[in-house]
Structure formats: structure tokens, C-alpha cells
Ligand binder design. Structure first.
Ligand code: ADP
Length: 469
């Protein structure tokens, strides 16, 4: 018997969601599309409008048409012009503004543009206005400059809504006062009559369907296009990271192998000397023991260093942060153990995957959570935040309500073998730091004594970008 595949709808849904567009690429699109093409074109059209309304005689003596006064139209145009002057400023200084702000402004400006074209549609004949075609262009432009699924679809449906509203408004004005249609500018209008005909409803529906279809097509094309680009970039990123880890691993293995032999010889020699000096009272015996202890210690360090050799064998993967975090939480705070720790999660949705070796991310999370648990002695509050910065970097914060870390220790805690715990190895945070830095990331700690500690990890979007700094 075949069971229904419950995964399929989810897979389809995942496929239809636009991949996270790299902020650098988004900024390039805005710079090219909005700043270099749309803005100059819009300003040119506006200049023509301003000339027509304020400086030419085209509308002289034309104070009211239908119920619409010329004065409010002029004011509306002036308002739109002022907004666009502000927009010029935003795009000229966009590199200095937070990227999320530029994105929000782009969304609002695109909506204002749709409302402006809708208003002009009302004064150029509603359904008969040739400006319908401009709405098609607006939809394509929205898809390019707002590549995130939700905002893009909302914007395009609002654009379609503003067209329908414009046509309806025109129609109701004409119906109220059939003798005076509010046509200010004759932009390629078709003969009147169609306005009131029964065909209008059907034709309007067809036009709206075309707009909806174009919205869906733009969205689909963009999903495919962005997926292709993302796959290409990821392949490049994968191989860079893998190569880096492989060479780091090879180097470590080489050093460890070369050092292991001489150390073994020193150890043997010390052992023999120790036997020979057994009768001696000068303290040479303890010195010999010291040599042996130190050699053993060096040996442990080298064994650990050899662990780096595994880097060459490990595989870089696309890791979803949230499920891995949940696994680490379940490992450190198993429900059966009944720790009195409340865990608050503030995890941004749509975080990009981290390109890392699974074991590295697991070690980072488990070590940080273990330290937090031990610091709070199993009782307190743990806060975990994760978000993506404007530059594409993923920022993760883990905050506990333990005793905190004294200032003078904050510099030492990342050093290997530094520990304040009776049975601590002092290796946890040095491994965390090492694993984060392998991917061009960073780790910082802030702490207020008596209130707790907060560790902040930052993983750059691209390892090459962070290594170039
Ligand atoms: P270990 O846990 O074996 O001591 P680590 O390298 O993980 O080794 O930690 C080093 C030291 O940093 C700890 O001994 C402790 O003093 C301090 N430390 C780490 N995390 C915390 C924390 N969340 N709160 C307070 N102190 C911490």
C-alpha cells in the first residue's frame, strides 16, 4: 500500500520561497535598477509634468473639471516631487545608511509610485487610460527591487489594487456627473462610451488577471534566477572553505608528526636518567620528573593538534542553525534531568544556512551551553538570540544569569587550559574560538559581575570577505 507523501506540499512550498538574496547583490540591484535607471527616468517624466502644470498654458482657464479642482492635483504633484527629491538623497547616500532602512524606503517609494500612477490614471480616463501599461512595468520593477517573497507579493497586489481603485474612482465620478468626465490630460485615450458599456467589467477583469499573472511570472522567474545564482555562489564558497580547512589540517598533521618523534626520545632519555639518578639527593630527581610532566603535557597538546588533521577529512555542509541549536539544547539540558533553567529563544526566521563542518558548529554550541549551565549551577535564565545583519553576517548571542566573569579573566578565558573550575580542562572556549575563527568569524564576551555573561558570535556571509579584511 502506498502512503500519501505528506512531505510533497512542504517541498513545493520550500521550492516556491525565494532564496535569501545576498545583501551585497541586493544593494547592487538597487544601485543599478533604482538609482541609475528608474530614478532618472522618473525625474524626467516628473519634469515634463511640472512643466505642463506649472509653466505651460495647457491647463489655463481649466480650474475645475468634473468635481476635481486643478489646484489639489498641482499640490499632489508638488508633494510627489518633494518625496522624490528625498529619494534621490537616499540613493546617493545609500552606502552610508543601514541597508534595512534603504530596503524599507524602496518598498514605500514603490508603493507611492503605484499610487501616483493610479492618481494620474484617474485624471487620464480611468479604464481608458493608456497608463494601464505602466502598471505592468511597475510590477516587473517591484520584483527586481524587492526580492524578498512576502514584501514583493504584498507590494504587487497593492499595485494591482491601486489600478482597480483608480478605474473604479473614475467610473463613480463619471456616474455621478456624466457630463463632465475628469479627464485632464489626453494620454492616448480611446473613444469614450466604453466607460459605461457592459464590456468594461469583463475587460477590467482580463486586465487585472494579466497583472496577477505577471506578478506570478516575475516571482517565479526570480525564484529560479536567484536559486541559480545562489547555487553558483555556494559551490564557490564550499570549495574555498574546504580548501582552507584541508590545508590547515595538513599543516597541523605535518607539525604533529615531526614533533612526536623527538618528544618520544626526550621522554625515554629522561626516564633512563631518572633511573640512573635514583641514589642522588640533589633534587635532580624532581627536575627529571618535571621534564617528564612537561613532555607529557606537550604530547597532549600535539595529540589535540593532530585532531586538526581531521579537518582535511571532514565535510563542509549547509547547516540550518535552529535544528542544530535544538539538538545541542537537548544534549546539554536533557528534559529528564529537570534543570531549573528557562530558555528564551529569539531566533529570526529565514536565517541563511551556515556553510561549516557539522562537528564544528556542534562543538561551539555544546561548549557554550555547558559553560552557561555550569555557571548558573543548573538554575537561572538562558537567552539565545540569532539574527542576520545588514552585511549578511549571522550573529548569535548566548546569555546566562550566572555569576559573570571578572574583567581580568575575560582576556584569559579563550586561552587553552585556562580554567577556574576544579575539574575543568580549560579547553572548551579555546575550541569554540578556534572553530569560529576557522570560518572567518569572531567571538566576544560581555559580562557584569553578579548578573551573568553574554557571548556573541559572528559568522560572516562569505569567508573570503572576512579574510580579506
Ligand atoms: P572549562 O569549562 O573547562 O573551565 P572553558 O574554556 O570552557 O573551560 O572555560 C574557561 C573558563 O571561562 C571557565 O573555567 C570559567 O571560569 C569561564 N567561563 C566560561 N563560560 C562562562 C560563563 N558562561 N559564565 C562564567 N564564567 C564562564
Amino acid at each position: 500500500m502506498q502512503f500519501p507523501d505528506y512531505q510533497t506540499p512542504k517541498r513545493w512550498a520550500d521550492f516556491l520561497v525565494t532564496p535569501t538574496v545576498d545583501p551585497v547583490r541586493r544593494a547592487e540591484r538597487l544601485r543599478f535598477g533604482e538609482r541609475n535607471i528608474v530614478l532618472p527616468a522618473k525625474l524626467a517624466v516628473l519634469a515634463i509634468f511640472v512643466y505642463e502644470f506649472f509653466f505651460s498654458n495647457s491647463f489655463e482657464g481649466l480650474n475645475t473639471i468634473g468635481d476635481m479642482a486643478l489646484h489639489p492635483v498641482k499640490r499632489f504633484l508638488l508633494g510627489y516631487l518633494i518625496i522624490n527629491v528625498g529619494v534621490v538623497g537616499v540613493y546617493l547616500w545609500m552606502e552610508r545608511l543601514p541597508f534595512s532602512l534603504v530596503n524599507s524606503i524602496t518598498w514605500i517609494v514603490n508603493l507611492i509610485d503605484a499610487l501616483f500612477v493610479a492618481a494620474i490614471t484617474v485624471v487620464t480616463g480611468g479604464f481608458e487610460s493608456v497608463l494601464y501599461w505602466v502598471f505592468l512595468v511597475l510590477i516587473v520593477r517591484n520584483a527586481v527591487s524587492v526580492p524578498v517573497a512576502g514584501p514583493q507579493l504584498v507590494l504587487n497586489f497593492l499595485t494591482i489594487g491601486s489600478y482597480v481603485a483608480a478605474v473604479s474612482l473614475y467610473k463613480s465620478i463619471v456616474e455621478l456627473d456624466p457630463l463632465s468626465s475628469p479627464v485632464l490630460i489626453d494620454l492616448g485615450r480611446e473613444p469614450a462610451g466604453l466607460v459605461m458599456s457592459g464590456q468594461t467589467g469583463q475587460l477590467l477583469l482580463a486586465r487585472v488577471l494579466l497583472l496577477v499573472l505577471l506578478t506570478a511570472c516575475c516571482y517565479g522567474v526570480e525564484v529560479l534566477f536567484d536559486r541559480g545564482l545562489q547555487a553558483e555562489e555556494e559551490a564557490r564558497e564550499f570549495s574555498t572553505r574546504q580548501e582552507q580547512l584541508t590545508s590547515a589540517g595538513r599543516l597541523a598533521a605535518e607539525i604533529a608528526h615531526r614533533l612526536k618523534n623527538p618528544l618520544a626520545i626526550i621522554n625515554n632519555a629522561a626516564f633512563s636518567a631518572q633511573r640512573l639518578l635514583k641514589q642522588d639527593q640533589s633534587g635532580a630527581l624532581e627536575k627529571m620528573q618535571m621534564i617528564r610532566d612537561e613532555v607529557e603535557r606537550s604530547d597532549r597538546i600535539l595529540t589535540e593538534l593532530m585532531g586538526y588533521a581531521q579537518l582535511a577529512e571532514g565535510r563542509v555542509e549547509r547547516l540550518e542553525f535552529v535544528p542544530l541549536l535544538e539538538e545541542a539544547i537537548a544534549q546539554v539540558f536533557p528534559p529528564a534531568a529537570k534543570f531549573e533553567v528557562t530558555i528564551r529563544r529569539d531566533l529570526e526566521t529565514g536565517l541563511p544556512p551556515l556553510l561549516m563542518q557539522r562537528a564544528h558548529l556542534e562543538a561551539i554550541l555544546v561548549n557554550l551551553l555547558l559553560n552557561a549551565r555550569e555557571a548558573m549551577q543548573g538554575r537561572g535564565q538562558l537567552e539565545i538570540h540569532a539574527k542576520q545583519n545588514d552585511d549578511g553576517a549571522v550573529v548569535i548571542q548566548i546569555k546566562d544569569t550566572g555569576p559573570g566573569i571578572p574583567e581580568r579573566q575575560r582576556r584569559q578565558i579563550f586561552e587553552p587550559y585556562f580554567s577556574t573550575k576544579e575539574k575543568g580542562t580549560g579547553l572548551g572556549l579555546s575550541i569554540v574560538k578556534h572553530n569560529v575563527e576557522l570560518y572567518g568569524g569572531s567571538i566576544e564576551v560581555e559580562s557584569t559581575l553578579g548578573k551573568g555573561a553574554r557571548f556573541t558570535l559572528k559568522f560572516p556571509a562569505k569567508v573570503l570577505m572576512s579574510l580579506r579584511k
